[in-house]
Design a protein around this ligand. Sequence first.
Ligand SMILES: [Zn+2]
Length: 114
Amino acid sequence: MATERAEVSAPPGYSEHHTGYAIDLGDANDPETDLSVDFERTEGFQWLEANAAYFSFELSFPPNNEQGIAYEPWHWRFVGDQDSLETFYRARSNGDRDRRNSSDSTRPTGKTQR
Ligand SMILES: [Zn+2]
C-alpha cells in the first residue's frame, strides 16, 4: 500500500518525503478522504489553506502545478528555513533557467556577454 502510493504520487526526482520537509495530512473527522483529492472539501483543508502559510508550510502540488504532478491537497512542505527553501527552490529554478536558456537561443547568435 505504501509502496503503491509512492509510485502513484511521487515520480522519480519529485518525492519530497525523503527531504524530511514534506508531510501528508488528513482530517481525523473525515478519514475516508485521506490521501484523496476529496480532502480539499474537509474543514482540515480549509484550515490549512487559511493558516499553513503562517507556519511556513505550502501546498507542494496545487492544481496545474508546473512540475506536472497530480494535485495533492494533502501533501504540504515546510519552507521556513534556508535549507528547506534551497531544497525545493534551487532545483526548480535550475529547471526554469534551462527553459529560459532554450528560448534565449532564439536571440541572434553573437556576443551577448557584457
Ligand atoms: Zn506526500
